[in-house]
Design a protein around this ligand. Sequence first.
Ligand code: ME8
Length: 520
Amino acid sequence: MSKPFTITTAISYPNGRPHIGHAYEVIATDAIARFQRMMGRDVFFQTGTDEHGLKMAQTARARGIEPRALADEMAGYFKVMNGALNISHDRFIRTSEPDHHRASQAIWRAMEANGDLYLGRYEGWYSVRDEAFYDEKELIKGEGGAKLSPQNTPVEWTVEESWFFRLSAYQDKLLALYESQPDFIQPESRRNEIMRFVEGGLSDLSISRTSFDWGVRVPDADGHVMYVWVDALTNYLTGCGYPDDAERMARYWAEGGDITHVIGKDIVRFHAVYWPAFLMSAKLPLPKQIFGHGFLLNRGEKMSKSLGNVADPMELADRFGVDQLRYFLLSEVTFGNDGSYSAEAIIARSNSDLANSFGNLAQRTLSFIAKNLDGRLPEPAAMEVDSALLSGIADACRIFQDAMNDLAPSVAIEAWMRAVFACNAYIDAQAPWALRKTDPARMEAVLATLYEAIASLAVMIQPVIPASAAALLDQMGIDADTRGYELIGSDFYAALRASGFALSPPKPLFPRLELVETEG
Ligand code: ME8
């Protein structure tokens, strides 16, 4: 059995429809999951919705519906979005599901058994928008002197009976974790932020609420539901079979396992401080890595409902194409940094890289082969320039793989794009159209090199633009079972002849996109 690889996105609050930030996170995670599957790993990829808590309860109340009805409706939109964006998750978890309630109660009992829970009274600041408690010293002043959370959201003074988790007891253990596993929090800037926070001292955490009942019930404590983040974080364990399925846990949530949580920068504290503390308390293995990606900004501005600039990912995908959107987000934004999107930027990137460079290379080569070789496969007869091009592509593929392993999709795509440019330079220099009359054998050798190069480029980029890469490989007659990385740099033509070969009439894959008049 190949080595397991567990990867998750955050689970989204379904108090509204998905926005482009949600799409970005799940697309990036999908590309990594697809890549690891291509590397032969036994991947478990989970995403889903975080359905409990005060924010959901209040949004539902404002709409005059039950929280469950709100969650059902909105979770539906998240599922539709994932389908439309070609997301290859293995499970879509909803925290209202019964197995998740069981898992949350089990981790609660395990933390209690470890002596880390006690009943007390919470008095302090709470932000419903962030579903987070804040210390007085963390608050900032808003307009008119109103107190705001560090995320700029309103806070309210809250007093209620509550269970507490002894987070204060975990300060040293957490700092030791960050020291011994320097990659635990990525990128580096987020790690530094978290270290400063933990070094500043940790207060115990209020982990149950009594003022509403939309949540997972606290075992043996009538009237208490769990603080939403306790159950939300536990979603990762639920999907891995906790607490009943020991075999599944051993596979996807094992000590030293390859477990990555991809989340946004605003929720790193929950994942890098609370989550490992809960897991240590419950005597469960820790994830290998928490990756806090940046935020997507609309033309450089923060998206917000009040500014009316929250983009609907489905509209963008409909208008520009799913793979065009995936490619844009993954190539344009350095993973870990903030990034900006706009119609112009998506169009420019898609036209230059996909339509003009890669699409055009494939289209003109395959049409030329179809026209001049009668659908026959060209005969390779490699000269040095040909082998140099192909070994350059094999090198690019190694860089691509290293970068994807390091969660750096934009670096991977750059290596791919350099290989595409090399092919375009090669086709211009070799000018196969001019060889048709003068040296048909050499023309075939050039076409054979290009054919192999294009197939390799399509195989390489599959995790990023899966549908377009598959459509191209279909047209090229490359068998669905032979689209792995082994194909690149292998005895390509022997494999193709063995699998049987049929070149379909080439179709353009990436139409040129244009701005509509009201834009720009
Ligand atoms: O935080 N750009 O849910 P959520 C990029 N339920 N990413 C963004 C973004 C933006 N503009 N806005 C949000 C929650 N995100 C919790 C998570 S996990 C156990 C519980 C990211 O719907 C955000 O950082 O507010 C988070 O990773 C994800 O979208 C879901 O955000």
